[in-house]
Design a protein around this ligand. Structure first.
Ligand SMILES: [Zn+2]
Ligand SMILES: [Zn+2]
Length: 269
């Protein structure tokens, strides 16, 4: 789902998405069997599940339809080769033009994408400057809803099938199958959520992290310490991605803080 450099496109991504949808559908069935809608717990559970499903759907749709960011034709680089803050200007041979800092060429989209993170098959779109927030909200909601689903599965068994240990019933077998089938999914979502939280806290993209590994090695070799130029500290890093108002962090469409994506403050400023 994430983590690749430019084309992390694979059949595994499709299987992960199918596993996740199947997990949610099973969750509805088990939730009805366990709690129903005739108790306060049942109503609360239905509300939580509906909220998570709605947030997943909204953030998924937003990350699919929002353009990640295109380099405008009017972009005029500083011809000294640097933006003045220690960030080198780069040239894209495929687009035959200079690209702004943090932009990269996507071979799938066949264009340079602003603050490109990776191209994601789940959303059939690049994850870049303008849709990174909806994407990370989608990943976090999908992870939470998957954990919630597992809680519902286990709760349903413990509540409705008191002799399940003796009988080793088909229900247990069913849940085991779902559990193991979603093994890749748990790793994919859990890894992706943790990974992007780490990146957000350091104001890095996946591509920049890969570049930083080499930069760190070179710096260490020469007895220096590498510092990511866009790392402004955890608070500023998070607010630059999620927005200055923490109350709107969870809203995938609250992206009013985004600008043109051509310039970014650095720690040297
Ligand atoms: Zn390009
Ligand atoms: Zn792309």
């Amino acid at each position: 789902m994430g983590g690749g450099q430019e084309i992390p496109v694979s059949a595994r991504d499709c299987r992960d998405l199918a596993d996740w949808l199947r997990l949610l559908l099973h969750c509805v069935r088990f939730r009805e069997s366990w709690l129903g809608l005739r108790s306060a717990a049942g109503i609360c559970s239905a509300l939580v599940f509906s909220y998570l499903a709605l947030m997943c759907l909204a953030s998924f749709c937003a990350s699919v339809v929002i353009d990640p960011g295109q380099v405008p034709a009017s972009f005029a680089p500083d011809m000294e080769g640097s933006d003045g803050n220690g960030v080198r200007l780069k040239y894209c041979g495929k687009c035959s033009s200079y690209k702004p800092p943090r932009s990269h060429h996507c071979r799938v989209c066949r264009r340079c994408v602003l603050k490109m993170d990776h191209h994601c098959l789940w959303i059939n779109n690049c994850v870049g400057y303008a849709n990174y927030k909806p994407f990370i909200i989608f990943v976090l909601n999908a992870t939470i809803s998957s954990i919630y689903s597992v809680v519902v599965f286990v709760g349903n068994i413990l509540h409705n099938d008191h002799k399940f240990i003796e009988r080793a019933s088909s229900k247990l077998f069913n849940v085991s199958c779902i559990w193991f089938n979603s093994d890749d999914l748990k790793h994919s979502l859990g890894h992706s959520a943790g990974w992007h939280i780490f990146l957000m806290c350091h104001n890095m993209t996946t591509i920049e992290y890969r570049e930083a590994i080499r930069a760190m090695w070179l710096a260490r070799k020469s007895g220096q310490r590498y510092h990511h130029p866009f790392d402004l500290g955890p608070c500023k890093n998070l607010s630059s991605t999620l927005g200055p108002n923490a109350l709107k962090w969870w809203c995938p469409l609250a992206v009013g803080h985004l600008r043109d994506g051509l310039q970014f403050p650095t720690s040297r400023q």
